[in-house]
Design a protein around this ligand. Structure first.
Ligand code: AMP
Ligand code: ZN
Length: 136
């Protein structure tokens, strides 16, 4: 059983802040800012891509509710919401979870650096993605 499934099963402790039949939310043990929360489906799936649509609809609704609660509780100025899908994207825990990270105007956290497209590259990648969407 994965560590998050063990938290769901109450086999290891966590600072839980929300629970219903399908969803659990608890504080991240190594927060980017205090109040950083993880929201996850109780049904084990590895990442966004193997979660079923109904689970995802439910999850995003609860993420909104929890984000507003976290924002209010820690008096945050903003909230980052993110999912790391796959090792290359920084996923460490192999059970889908959504990060709800409170942000403060002066918290000093730095966003990812951006890149510049060369001539024609943006259009080429846009076309490739449109093709995949069309054939899916
Ligand atoms: P990710 O890189 O998206 O897989 O993030 C995994 C997150 O889970 C990290 O931010 C960890 O700090 C957090 N984490 C790992 N173990 C625990 C735990 N036992 N309780 C709470 N948060 C945890
Ligand atoms: Zn699991």
């Amino acid at each position: 059983m994965c560590i998050f499934c063990q938290i769901i099963a109450n086999e290891i402790p966590a600072e839980k802040i929300y629970e219903d039949e399908n969803i659990l939310a608890f504080l991240d043990i190594h927060p980017n800012n205090f109040g950083h929360t993880l929201v996850l489906p109780k049904k084990h799936c590895e990442n966004l891509f193997d979660a079923d649509e109904k689970t995802l609809e439910n999850l995003i609704t609860i993420v909104k509710k929890i984000s507003l609660a976290v924002k209010s509780a820690v008096e945050a100025d903003g909230i980052n919401i993110g999912i790391n899908n796959g090792e290359a994207a920084g996923q460490i825990m192999p059970h889908l979870h959504i990060h709800v990270i409170p942000r403060f105007s002066n918290d000093g956290l730095v966003h990812w650096p951006s890149k510049e497209y060369g001539a024609g590259e943006m259009e080429k990648i846009g076309e490739k993605i449109r093709e995949v969407i069309k054939s899916s």
